[in-house]
Write a protein that binds this ligand. Sequence first.
Ligand code: NAD
Length: 344
Amino acid sequence: NDEVQKQKEKATEEVRRLADLLFRYNRAYYIEGKPEVSDTEYDRLFLRLQELEEQWPELKREDSPTLRVGSDLSSDFPEVEHRVPVLSLDKAYSVEELLGWMGRTSGREASGLSFVVEEKIDGVSIVLYYRGGILERAVTRGNGYVGNDVTDNVRTIGSVPLRLTEAVDIAVRGEIYLPKASFESLNRKMGNLYVNPRNLAAGTLRRVKSREVAEVPLTIFVYEGFFSDGPKSHLEILEYLQSLGFRTNRRVGIFTNRTDLADFSRRHPDWQSGTWDELEGYVRTSTEERGSLDYEIDGLVVKINELDVRDRLGYTGHHPRWAIAYKFESPTGTSIIKSIDIQV
Ligand code: NAD
């Protein structure tokens, strides 16, 4: 009928406008390193587009920004295909939403689940490929399937091991970042060219001259590894990564109703552990403590610990189903998002 037709026309126009805006903001953020809007505003538009696409599936474009990872591919560096796609993360914007996700995810699994909570480092995503224990390639996330080879630049970062303690063939993921204090002093010298440490880190990694990269004190936290056999859980991955010589973040929480994890707490007294009920308190405390860290985080990442469960849950084209990012700043609730019509 007429009313539905009118609504659909309005939605078509809004979908087009939102997609155009998100493409433009992606370019500014990932390619030019100069975001035009805040992350909160970006997420608000993204959620609104997702909502419209759910309501009107026929309006979902094949190249919709909701279907893919924002691309930071640059023509200055060779392109390399990733062995495992590097995707985005699903998001929760409140502790309640996060707990809801945990409940739904664990509800599908009979027993024996545990959740690992890590800080979501606000840096630049990188994949490091090692062959025979030697760093062979460092590749940016790119569009998730193809990234840029920035090996020469990454080799200048002291905390990236060039040789591991074992001659293994592995791919690991991490976040390259610039500590806050280094950012402040460097940016001042550069005439406050960059809006935050992430932008400076991203700009530095794209320098064509590696000598200039070496002058910036970038560092790394490695948080994921892919092994054909060996570790059975995320905690075992983290332990193994440490033993290979990688720098991992010690601020990790493990929450479980399993009893066999007490051993981990003994081996890693610096890792927080507790029951599921204690996770909420940990999330709230970590949120409060974020300002006292010497690096920026924009949220926490909650991941299922058991790798066999991860395999069962798998991936959508956009994110793994076994992890979620709890973002600190919440875009205003979806009902308010309707006012975007007028704002954009
Ligand atoms: P994401 O927020 O979906 O998070 C995924 C990334 O988190 C990973 O690729 C990884 O690099 C990083 N990460 C950090 N610590 C991690 C850990 N411990 N475990 C796992 N991953 C970890 O990232 P995205 O897809 O790059 O970006 C989407 C977000 O970027 C949006 O939600 C928005 O906030 C922001 N964005 C902002 C603008 C803007 O104009 N302001 C534009 C585009 C995107």
